[in-house]
Design a protein around this ligand. Sequence first.
Ligand SMILES: Nc1ncnc2c1ncn2[C@@H]1O[C@H](COP(=O)(O)OP(=O)(O)OP(=O)(O)O)[C@@H](O)[C@H]1O
Ligand SMILES: [Mg+2]
Length: 500
Amino acid sequence: MQHSKDIELITLLEVSKALGSTMGLERKLASAMKILSEFMDMKRGTVTLLDRDTMEMRIVAAHGLTMEEIRRGKYRIGEGIVGKVLKTGFPMVIPNIGEEPMFLNRTKARAGVAKENISFLCVPIKLRGETFGVLSVDRLFGQRVSYEQDLRVLKLVSSLIAQAVKLHELIAWERKEKEDLKRQLKARYSLGNIIGSSKGMQEVFRTVHKVAKSRATVLLRGESGTGKELIARAVHTNSERADRPFIKVNCAAIPENLLESEFFGHEKGAFTGAIAQRKGRFELADTGTIFLDEVGEIPPALQGKLLRTLQEREFERVGGNKTIKVDVRVIAATNRNLEDDIKSGIFRDDLYWRLNVVPIFLPPLRERAEDIPMLIEYFLKRFNEENQKSITIHQKAFNLLLRYPWPGNVRELENTIERLVVLSEGSLIRDDDLPLYIRSTPSILPSSLPGSIEAMEKERILKALDEHRWVYTKAAKALGLTDRQLGYRIKKYGIKLQSS
Ligand SMILES: Nc1ncnc2c1ncn2[C@@H]1O[C@H](COP(=O)(O)OP(=O)(O)OP(=O)(O)O)[C@@H](O)[C@H]1O
Ligand SMILES: [Mg+2]
């Protein structure tokens, strides 16, 4: 029976509808095969895909085959007709399988039918020159069919299948990527809420882990809002003093004349208003940690007394003469350039050397833009929870947030996200919702979201390759990729392969 152009068109339309549906890949393919057999008088339709891990071909969907038959249908590349089509990338037609020695009949599905009456059509499933599967159908050839016509339809169907398979792979990859991101986020969460996968922050984390257990004095440097206090607390909570007090003194917020008493305490009547004895911060921090925030703001008159306390771990209360000894770990922070302050004579260099035992530099956010996506996700989640909302950020707005240089660093980012969540009336934050100064940032670097995700992906791949000594298949497995997918990405990112 000659099939008309109309039937061909309807078949293609139905197949493309089935492949575009929201079902899982295997179900999509199975329904495409069913449509083929219904409309085109094809008795059996099979989609075989190459599994790059095992280098075996596997039937992923079939119409007219039992489960057992599907399970049996495994081929190696080059084996049998299906294998040959995969290897060569060219279609094959076996007019009469009864006369074809290459026909393996792996599935044994045709046991009931006289072989003589079946022809077998096989077309590659390929995209941009890469063959990764085979579509094959059986035809009863009593029916006077034109193979050319059949092949034309099958090629069109197979290209639709190829795209569906690719799309499916892409979606699976993206989903995996998202889950990895979530997992990373969770892992950090338990590490004390500090986000940072950039080189700079990883270096900070490493140092924190190294020094936390000691009593070494730590000096945190970095612009305002880079996370100095967060890191100070992390050093404390990762130390053996974690359940002892953590006492913070903001040296910039306390008037000069009260700072000494704040540090060391005072005796009753030490000065006007000292109506009772009071313990200072150093005493309160005994056995724990004292955090001297904005240490660069300490007036020169007090710097000498602080130096002595750091050297001897002892001091006297204001207006008292009893020497008090304490066991404290000192962490200091400043956003000032202390070296300049030493040169201009407002900071004592001996105090500087006492403080600068383990310096930790927190890089400004604009120098670690790859941390921004995760920080946004993190703050978005937090403020959504706090405000019982489920707001998301539109891609365009997201890109603008990535591009902005964040002069106020993480604090500014945090405040911005909070404001956006609180003020948002809809469920989506669009670029128009962003403040003008963010919207109008000139794009200096092409650091769009895809760019930074690509940077993250490249880094992940390099890491996996390193960890598996550049053994390709192992790295691919660790990444949840097929060899082929990994190969593609290696090429895309221009990664130079090293031999193990
Ligand atoms: N890596 C990070 N992950 C998550 N939150 C962060 C991170 N860095 C900073 N933050 C948040 O940003 C805000 C500012 O951080 P922090 O107060 O530690 O900065 P700072 O360096 O002490 O700033 P300043 O010099 O202005 O005192 C805080 O709310 C902090 O929780
Ligand atoms: Mg601070």
